[in-house]
Ligand binder design. Structure first.
Ligand SMILES: NC(=O)c1ccc[n+]([C@@H]2O[C@H](COP(=O)([O-])OP(=O)(O)OC[C@H]3O[C@@H](n4cnc5c(N)ncnc54)[C@H](OP(=O)(O)O)[C@@H]3O)[C@@H](O)[C@H]2O)c1
Length: 352
């Protein structure tokens, strides 16, 4: 692959796509050419990259000719249909949807945790679920030090996690409430303004939602820890941007707050904000637009053996999506020539 690759962003006009364009620019990713793709609705729309205006094109089957890396964020259906087409055209796909995350032949990567899995790709690399990514940024370093066995967690997920239309829905409902007008709903089944919904993604037969099970399933694959267990309640909150997760984790080995803090302070991509006496702890309002996630409220969990309770916040549009995807693309550029192209496909299957 060229060290100045031709990059395509699929879903360029969406909440994640816009952040991908900004992140490519901010991190000075060596883009040789940028192609922006979305639905026919957006054809002709103009977006800016490095001071240049780029016209959005419609995603079609021949859109990937000459493209080296395609960052997909247009939903699972689009990924399932177009990622194999892009791979056939010689592209490496970094996919933000859940379409391929649990596929044994597709690496699922958070570069701070398992960057080495990137080289096992056969054309597609998956980006993890946004809540899982934010939680693992703090949990994985603790796992390395103390060996996590299981967690109990609740998430506080921002509306931007549902995409651009959900941001508009919260704005509109706040405005309608202030003006005393009837509330209109298009995205969520209930009012989200001034409310919380214990409901993210669809319900499974056992009562958990699909989103809730991603923490265990994706956590196992990313941490290479098949025995990891996670009981999670995912909650949508009227926050525009940045997800938070309250976690109680149980470890194999004894853990103290001091030892955990020392581990977390050294963890890449993570800040420790933990001075309760000064009312200092991570807050989504201030984590929005930050590359790093943050952890705080560290305390010994009083209901678990070798347990630690903590709170993590992070911008899910960045670490949970666009930033992580661009970091994966950066890892691709570090691979020896021949491993970067989807045209070479001789690696063994991945296991969790
Ligand atoms: N939001 C997050 O925090 C987050 C985090 C991690 C992963 N993800 C995943 O990223 C993906 C996108 O999420 P989002 O939040 O950015 O959604 P979004 O704001 O609704 O954006 C969707 C994007 O997909 C495009 N699109 C829709 N239908 C299309 C079609 N038929 N052909 C081509 N493009 C089409 C849209 O183009 P138009 O503007 O032309 O409609 C838009 O650019 C989803 O798979 C989501 O699960 C999102």
């Amino acid at each position: 692959m060229s060290q100045k690759p031709h990059v395509a962003v699929v879903g360029a006009t969406g909440a994640v796509g816009i952040e991908m364009i900004k992140t490519l620019e901010k991190r000075q990713f060596p883009v040789g050419k940028l192609t922006l793709l979305a639905s026919a609705r957006s054809t002709g729309k103009r977006l800016t990259f490095r001071g240049e205006t780029i016209t959005v094109k419609e995603l079609t089957k021949d859109a990937f000719e000459g493209v080296d890396i395609a960052l997909f964020s247009a939903g699972g259906g689009i990924s399932k249909e177009f990622a194999p087409i892009a791979v056939k055209a010689g592209c490496v796909v970094v996919d933000n949807s859940s379409a391929f995350r649990m596929d044994d032949t597709v690496p699922l990567v958070i570069p701070e945790i398992n960057a080495g899995d990137v080289k096992l790709h056969r054309g597609i690399i998956a980006n993890p679920n946004c809540t899982t990514a934010v939680a693992l940024m703090a949990l994985y370093p603790l796992h390395q030090a103390f060996g996590v066995t299981r967690i109990f967690a609740s998430s506080y997920q921002a509306v931007s996690g549902t995409g651009a239309k959900a941001i508009e829905e919260l704005k509109r409902q706040v405005d309608q409430t202030v003006k005393g007008q009837p509330i209109t709903k298009e995205v969520y089944p209930h009012q989200i303004a001034f409310n919380v919904l214990p409901h993210v993604d669809s319900f499974l037969a056992d009562g958990y939602t699909k989103e809730e099970m991603k923490m265990q399933n994706e956590g196992r694959k990313i941490m290479h820890h098949p025995g990891f267990r996670a009981s999670v309640t995912c909650v949508r909150v009227p926050v525009y941007r940045a997800h938070s997760v309250a976690i109680s984790a149980e470890f194999e080995r004894p853990v103290t707050v001091e030892a955990a803090r020392a581990v977390l302070k050294k963890a890449p991509g993570l800040q420790v904000i933990d001075e309760p006496a000064k009312n200092l702890y991570p807050q989504p309002l201030f984590m929005a637009e930050q590359d790093d996630c943050a952890v705080g409220r560290l305390r010994r969990d009083c209901a678990l053996e070798n347990g630690l309770a903590f709170w993590v916040s992070g911008d899910q549009l960045l670490k949970g999506a666009a930033l992580n995807a661009v970091q994966i693309a950066e890892e691709l550029l570090k691979l020896p020539t021949g491993k970067t192209s989807s045209r070479k496909q001789a690696e063994p299957a991945l296991t969790a």
